[in-house]
Design a protein around this ligand. Structure first.
Ligand code: ZN
Length: 356
């Protein structure tokens, strides 16, 4: 695999990024709030899970008092910054404008350490989600160590479930679930990978091995680290079983990387459109495996342009044809009954309903 490009390649790539982001005219983008099961799932004590798409593969999940953020990101620096030609930092005005109230958030879970998933997390954890524990790889922890305010608030995810290694070997079928304190939420980190960004080229690779004392000033300092997928369960109020279960990925992967344990199906799969063509059978193969009732297509919009929730301004992420992705999702939907999918505009919300 090729790695960091030369400065000439960088300039060419930046031109390509600008040229290749596609308009969304005709794309079935959903805005506002939808609750497909609200009419049909009715019981006196029914519960809801709100899945609020924030953009760039980030989400806000709420079930009652339990509040979890997944890789929130609003800063959207331009392509020259993304290619490390200009300094990078969180755009606090954009965060303040677009991040909903998350003062009571319990956790921020991060799949990998690239700037489009981690750059805003430190500022959000310090200023907007002061009670949240941050969960991520060792590299995530080494990066956030630069922020004294987050001391003792970052949990390193040391072990993960690995679908590949466990196949046919019962000894390796350990499932290192993590419980989020004072919630009815647990999650299983799953060994995954990060698709190349385009044309087989992967940018910002590598891991960190010691704490930083300053956050990286350029995008290429926000190296990937280990990339994880997650199975997230919002538990029944009193019983040890999931009331809502989600599979979440912030990067496309080759099968079986990112796959949860066998025989586990989920209510919703939050999948990643960006760079899906750089890996095999994504997301079709994963969807067949986890059999979600709802498929949410995340990380589909151009995060090199200023953050927006305006359907007229939104553009598709460069190098990733959403139609090709949608074809695969529709292929899965055609084989399963009652399944729905949504391509959410940032800010839109999907509400799931369950009877305990
Ligand atoms: Zn990434």
């Amino acid at each position: 695999m090729k790695t960091i490009p030369s400065s000439q390649t960088v300039l060419l790539a930046s031109l390509l990024v600008v040229l290749s982001s596609c308009g969304i005219r005709g794309l079935p983008v959903s805005a506002g709030s939808s609750c497909p099961d609200c009419e049909t799932t009715d019981c006196p004590d029914r519960e809801t899970l709100s899945i609020n798409y924030l953009g760039s593969g980030g989400y806000l999940l709420r079930r009652g008092e339990d509040v979890v953020l997944l890789g929130p990101f609003f800063s959207n620096p331009g392509v020259l910054t993304a290619l490390s030609l200009l300094p990078i930092g969180p755009n606090t005005d954009a965060i303040e404008q677009w991040l909903p109230d998350v003062m009571t958030a319990d956790a921020i879970i991060v799949g990998h350490a690239h700037y489009d998933h981690l750059l805003d997390v430190g500022w959000i954890a310090e200023h907007r989600a002061p009670q949240a524990m941050v969960y991520g790889s060792r590299t995530v922890a080494h990066l956030l160590a630069a922020l004294p305010a987050l001391e003792n608030r970052v949990t390193i995810i040391n072990s993960s479930y690995s679908a590949g290694e466990s196949a046919g070997n019962s000894k390796d079928k350990r499932e290192p679930w993590i419980w989020i304190p004072e919630t009815r939420v647990r999650f299983l980190p799953i060994k995954s990978e990060h698709a190349p960004h385009f044309a087989g080229i992967k940018l910002m690779t590598g891991q960190l091995h010691k704490n930083l004392d300053r956050l990286p000033a350029r995008a290429n300092g926000w190296v990937e680290g280990r990339t994880l997928a997650f199975l997230i369960e919002f538990l029944h109020p009193t019983e040890d079983r999931a009331l809502f279960s989600l599979h979440y990925q912030d990067a496309a992967s080759n099968p079986p990387l990112g796959y949860p344990p066998p025989d586990l199906t989920v209510d919703a799969a939050l999948v990643c459109v960006a760079s899906h063509r750089e890996v095999s059978d994504y997301p079709g193969n994963l969807l067949q495996r986890v059999q979600p009732r709802h498929v949410v297509l995340g990380h589909w919009e151009n995060f090199f342009a200023p953050y927006t929730q305006d359907l007229d301004e939104l553009r598709g992420v460069p190098f990733s044809d959403p139609w090709d992705f949608i074809d695969q999702v529709e292929g899965y939907v055609a084989t399963s009954q009652g399944t729905r999918w949504t391509l959410p505009a940032p800010g839109s919300e999907l509400v799931l309903v369950a009877c305990p």
